[in-house]
Design a protein around this ligand. Structure first.
Ligand code: NIG
Ligand code: FE
Length: 406
């Protein structure tokens, strides 16, 4: 039998991240990947490659080939920036104090509402180019800086346009329950009525979202309020995820698990009962060391408890103008190692396979396995631990999305 490829990648070392391969990183030295119609048609050792014909051969020059990176939690579309708040925080004002005095998310809301769709698109596309150079092939983008129907739709349409015009798989998440907008100040439940009865149904019917998120925190929404949003998401068949236990333990992770959430994110203050609930539900823990670092947090997420109970851990940049203005997935991998005790292998798994799982995309991307989309990055390194080791030098030599170089 002869195999037919569009492109055969040769002279590569593969970090497949395939859990069925028990070598560290699922590694295959001197491996090859055959791609047909944008999918991985063969992957393995060069010496085992059966008879084949191929249109193209790509010589990887003994570099390492990994799955394309998955950044599964970002607030990528927004207007303005919050450098002044950064200065205030350095002077001792806390993130919560800034939020309570109308800054934080609400200051980004004002600028995002006032920025045209074209301008938001241009600004986000520039950032997207940077992520492509850094080997990202899948990106999640949340709304949540509009908090009125028009602006939330504007943000999600920008995300959709980014996907249509660039080689990037983009998952769009509705985050109407991010903060209470100024026109509902002091009327949180009335805002929840608006989210649940108007905004979410309208946006769901437009087909603009893949998932629904919320911010469960004492400066945002209670578990009871988030429950209402999750119930409406369920009515529209949309999976849920949650910003939970970032600044305090509200029981958000348990709530997320009760709704079979794809992920609960942040989780610095989660307790063991919450971890167990996530384990039972198969909910992924998305850890965001960038926000931990940037907010100078001291309480770390309980990585040992996640391991003990078998909760898979993903990593993401949480790229946003307030708590994590960091657009470098590999810097986040480094922080996960230095701040949270990850191994470089766990960090790469967090930014590939487990990131895909946090988006419900593990059948499509996140590891080098036959049948998955051919999303890959080729790196100028001698060992995959270098992906977490070098800080600030994080461009790949080539990026492949669905088998196409870009
Ligand atoms: O993931 N925690 C809430 N949301 C974002 C921060 C958004 C912002 O500060 O603009 C986060 O950290
Ligand atoms: Fe976030």
């Amino acid at each position: 039998m002869t195999l037919y490829f569009d492109t055969l990648f040769i002279n590569a070392h593969l970090a497949t991240m395939n859990p069925a391969n028990t070598a560290p990183y699922g590694a295959i030295k001197d491996g090859v990947v055959g791609v047909k119609d944008g999918r991985i048609a063969w992957v393995g050792r060069r010496v085992d490659l059966p008879k084949y014909e191929t249109e193209n051969i790509h010589d990887c020059a003994h570099n390492w080939l990994t799955p394309g990176l998955v950044d599964c939690h970002t607030h990528f579309v927004f207007g303005g920036n919050r450098a002044r708040e950064f200065e205030m925080r350095l002077e001792g004002v806390s993130y919560e104090e800034i939020a309570k005095s109308g800054g934080g998310i609400l200051s980004t809301l004002i600028v995002t509402r006032a920025t045209s769709k074209d301008d938001l698109y241009q600004q986000a596309e520039k950032r997207l180019d940077g992520l492509c150079k850094k080997g990202v092939t899948t990106l999640e983008i949340k709304s949540g800086y509009g908090l009125d129907t028009d602006t939330e739709i504007k943000m999600l349409e920008v995300a959709a346009a980014l996907a249509a015009r660039n080689n990037m798989r983009i998952q769009k998440t509705f985050l109407g329950a991010h903060a209470v907008p100024p026109e509902y100040k002091g009327r949180t439940n009335a805002y929840m009525d608006f989210v649940c009865e108007e905004m979410l149904p309208k946006i769901a019917k437009l087909g603009l979202v893949d998932a629904v998120d919320g911010f469960c925190e004492n400066i945002a929404f209670s578990p009871a309020q988030i429950r209402r949003v999750f119930e409406v998401a369920g009515q529209y068949g949309l999976p849920v995820k949650l910003h939970a236990e970032q600044l305090s333990n509200q029981g958000g992770a348990k709530l997320a698990a009760e709704f079979g959430a794809l992920s609960a994110d942040h989780l610095e203050y989660i307790d063991e009962a919450g971890v167990k609930a996530m384990a039972a539900a198969g909910t992924i823990a998305v850890l965001l060391p960038g926000a931990f670092y940037y907010l100078k947090e001291t309480r770390k997420p309980p990585v040992d408890l996640f391991k003990k109970h078998g909760v898979a851990m993903a990593l993401a940049t949480d790229f946003n103008p307030g708590s994590s203005p960091i657009s470098s997935p590999r810097s986040i991998m480094n922080m996960a190692c230095t701040l949270f005790g990850f191994t470089p292998e766990q960090a790469l798994c967090g930014m590939t396979l487990n990131g895909a799982r946090a988006l419900g995309l593990e059948a499509e991307t996140g590891s080098l396995e036959i049948g998955k989309s051919a999303d890959m990055a080729i790196w100028p390194i001698q060992h995959p631990s270098e992906l977490s080791y070098w800080l600030g030098d994080d461009n790949c030599v080539a990026r492949v999305y669905k088998g196409e170089f870009s």
